[in-house]
Design a protein around this ligand. Structure first.
Ligand SMILES: O=C(O)CCC(=O)C(=O)O
Ligand SMILES: [Fe+2]
Length: 248
């Protein structure tokens, strides 16, 4: 895993960020550019879409009741995934606006190239053919929505990649404690998908980049192309606000 430490390369203009989104697939928007009001800035990249709870923003910070699950509002690490795979299409960009970064040494957001992952694990065609039923509980233990779709599809001729370590291992994008303990009961648990989940862990170790988003800055990435994950943390005050953007 490479660590992105050089905060001086965060973007000070929208043009710079758009160029990085085209080339690398991600960019850090500087605190000066975000200026504590992400919404008007984000309009230049796409329009915000409702998240699982119907709201246009989602608070990524520890909440009671999720101590044992690999969930956004826990302190636990979260395996490789793409955001909202049950949406068709899933949001084009994900944004994490950092209100307060973890001060404990953990809590990095990790990114890796999903299309490169496909190329290295049987080729794009394999992923275009492999249909998966994605199930996403809005939060652990709640009834989920589902969609059956190949892992790699297209939207306006551009590739769209879907992936979920949690689904492949435990049968839900947001698994409950029970599903973690007894993954046999989970849907979708086939050998190939478990293999892919394990391969993604190895892929992140080898070619992922870990970003500790600075306070006030925002991380934006192309969710049709990149996978992301998160390392665990101890700092109860870590707080990011998440936005999902559809293409303009
Ligand atoms: O906390 C993070 O850095 C990312 C969490 C995440 O993957 C999510 O909220 O979807
Ligand atoms: Fe996520």
């Amino acid at each position: 895993m490479k660590y992105h430490h050089d905060h001086s390369i965060s973007c000070h203009t929208v043009e710079q960020a758009k160029e990085l989104l085209q080339t690398l697939g991600w960019a850090v928007l500087s605190p000066e550019l975000v200026a504590d009001r992400p919404e008007p800035l984000l309009k230049q990249f796409g329009s915000t879409v409702p998240q699982y709870d119907g709201n246009l923003q989602w608070e990524v910070r520890p909440a009671p009741g999720f101590e044992k699950v690999p969930y956004s509002q826990s302190k636990n690490g979260i395996g490789a995934h793409t955001e909202a795979p049950v949406y068709s299409p899933p949001p084009k960009y994900v944004v994490l606006h950092c209100r307060r970064q973890a001060r404990c040494g953990g809590g990095q957001t990790m990114l890796a190239d999903g299309l490169q992952f496909c190329k290295e694990h049987g080729g794009l065609q394999r992923f275009r053919q492999h249909e998966v039923t994605f199930v996403a509980a809005p939060s652990p233990g709640r009834p989920g929505t589902r969609v059956t779709v190949p892992l790699l599809t297209s939207h306006h001729n551009d590739p769209v990649f879907r992936f979920s370590y949690n689904l492949f291992k435990y049968g839900d994008v947001n698994p409950s404690e029970d599903a973690l303990v007894d993954p046999q009961t989970a849907l979708n648990r086939d050998f190939e998908l478990v293999e892919l989940a394990n391969a993604a862990e190895e892929f992140f170790d080898r070619s992922g980049i870990a970003v500790l988003v600075p306070d006030g800055a925002a991380l934006i990435w192309d969710n049709h192309r990149l996978m992301h994950s998160r390392s665990r943390f101890d700092d109860p005050q870590r707080h990011l606000t998440r936005y999902w953007l559809s293409p303009q």
